[in-house]
Design a protein around this ligand. Structure first.
Ligand SMILES: O=P(O)(O)O[C@H]1O[C@H](CO)[C@@H](O)[C@H]1O
Ligand SMILES: O=c1cc[nH]c(=O)[nH]1
Length: 286
């Protein structure tokens, strides 16, 4: 039995941070970073039966062309991904009355609809990238017992990309190929996504502070392992792939490219590009 300090339920029986009851969650889940993006997704639903919000975690559940879908905001960063994924999993795989793990486990389909910055000059702003791999420069995966992920790819990253002793070892986890197939159309670029712990220094951006590795993005752009290159930077994908992999869920991350760091450009129509990715995603799911 899970003690009340481990599985934390609110007075109404909902899970601690997400504030959701098990029946309020669909088995197909779209995650977005920005809480305001939740209604940009759910405005396409025919019916919305659940609207719940606590902190940065906003959830709408409803029907899109007869398919039940939940859309949930994670806020920014893999620290939030830890909370969201543990609680999503508990909602389907723990009996909240007995506080025991269910014998028959449910696997969720989780699709991230996020924004990102490309590091290759040929990936233009306003294009879409599907993350074949999440490359974690955060350390979330290392805090769980794991099988090491794609250790050959991670070793190649360690060998080719500068780090110092204060940084964690990179980890590499793949998307779920069956789920990814649903989104592999001509408009989708397949890529490999680096997830890091910040938007500025960790993505080698300078306003006033100098990043530790000023050449980081050039080095990432020049990386090659088995003819695979790194395409883009953001802040959640590797954590999502790690947690989905550890918990037995299927995940894929779709990125609306808003910045191109190689050309120094930023989208002139970020909202329209995100809206296009939302419509694309819902279409592929129905
Ligand atoms: O637009 P979202 O989904 O939040 O994703 C990206 O945007 C945020 C930074 O602006 C980070 O969360 C990054 O991963
Ligand atoms: O450059 C970018 C753009 C969006 N999100 C990021 O994390 N980085």
């Amino acid at each position: 039995m899970l003690e009340s300090s481990e599985l934390i339920l609110n007075d109404d029986g909902s899970i601690y941070h997400l504030n959701l009851l098990p029946e309020q969650l669909a088995s197909t889940i779209i995650t977005v970073g920005d809480p305001e993006r939740v209604s940009e997704v759910s405005k396409h639903f025919d019916v919305i039966d659940t609207r719940v919000a606590k902190r940065e975690f906003h959830t709408h559940t409803g029907l899109y062309r007869n398919k039940r879908i939940s859309v949930i905001s994670t806020g920014i960063g893999t620290d939030n991904i830890d909370i969201v994924f543990n609680e999503l999993d508990a909602l389907v795989n723990v009996d909240f009355k007995t506080r025991k793990i269910k014998e028959k486990l449910t696997s969720l389909d989780i699709i991230r609809v996020g924004t990102s910055g490309a590091i290759q000059p040929d990936i233009p702003v306003d294009s879409f990238v599907l993350s074949q791999r999440g490359i974690g420069f955060d350390s979330l995966y290392h805090w769980y017992q794991n099988d090491g992920g794609d250790s050959a790819f991670a070793k190649a990253i360690s060998q080719q990309i500068p780090r110092n002793d204060n940084h964690s070892n990179p980890y590499v986890i793949h998307c779920n190929p069956d789920l990814a197939r649903k989104f592999q159309t001509v408009e989708m670029i397949n890529g490999n996504t680096v997830t890091n712990v910040g938007f500025y220094g960790p993505q080698s951006r300078t306003i006033r502070l100098k990043p530790a590795f000023e050449e980081l993005n050039d080095q990432l752009a020049g990386f090659n392992h088995d003819n695979q290159r790194i395409t883009n930077l953001e802040m959640e994908t590797a954590g999502i792939y790690a947690m989905a992999n550890l918990l037995g869920h299927r995940a894929v991350s779709l990125n609306a490219i808003l910045a191109n760091r190689a050309t120094g450009s930023f989208s002139e129509q970020p909202a329209a590009t995100v809206e296009k990715l939302i419509s694309f995603t819902l279409n592929c799911l129905s």
